[in-house]
Write a protein that binds this ligand. Structure first.
Ligand code: HEC
Length: 125
């Protein structure tokens, strides 16, 4: 009984504490994603996928994406969507390396969809 009570208390306290920490951590990672993504978006809209600046910013986004992927959110669906974002970045990098503008354009859209899917589910506002 005493064990059950302290267990329930610990679990009840740990979940909201973890959730608050996780939200803060995610917010920090999003600010690291935001800057390179903004620069990439501008170049992508002009179809300048082969511009050297595109690769520079994509490398920054990849690094931020790796952090997001390494972060373990309590919900499996969130973690799956982090992996999806990294997969989309890898595909985009491959298209850029081939200088295939059509494929890069498609991969860019997939990447943007990966942001939107997670925001639809986990971003409140
Ligand atoms: C696996 C989930 C997930 C993925 C993938 C994801 N985000 Fe987010 N993002 C979030 C969550 C959750 C928030 C809300 C966090 C908060 O600020 O409390 C957020 C917030 C943001 C914000 C607002 C916060 C700020 O600093 O202004 C921006 C901008 C953002 N994301 C950009 C992106 C971009 C661009 C991508 C894709 C390249 C992306 N995100 C991919 C989960 C994700």
């Amino acid at each position: 009984m005493r064990f059950a009570l302290s267990f329930a208390l610990a679990a009840g306290l740990a979940i909201p504490l973890f959730a608050a920490d996780a939200a803060k951590e995610v917010e920090k990672m999003m600010s690291e994603i935001k800057t390179p993504n903004k620069a990439l978006k501008k170049l992508a809209q002009a179809k300048k996928f082969t511009d050297p600046a595109f690769s520079t910013d994509l490398a920054k986004l990849e690094k931020a994406g790796d952090k997001l992927k390494a972060f373990k959110h309590p919900e499996a669906e969130f973690n799956k969507m982090s992996v999806d974002m990294s997969t989309a970045i890898t595909a985009l990098k491959a298209a850029v390396a081939k200088k295939d503008v059509n494929e890069a354009d498609k991969a860019w859209k997939e990447l943007s969809n990966s942001c939107a899917s997670c925001h639809d589910k986990y971003k409140k506002d």
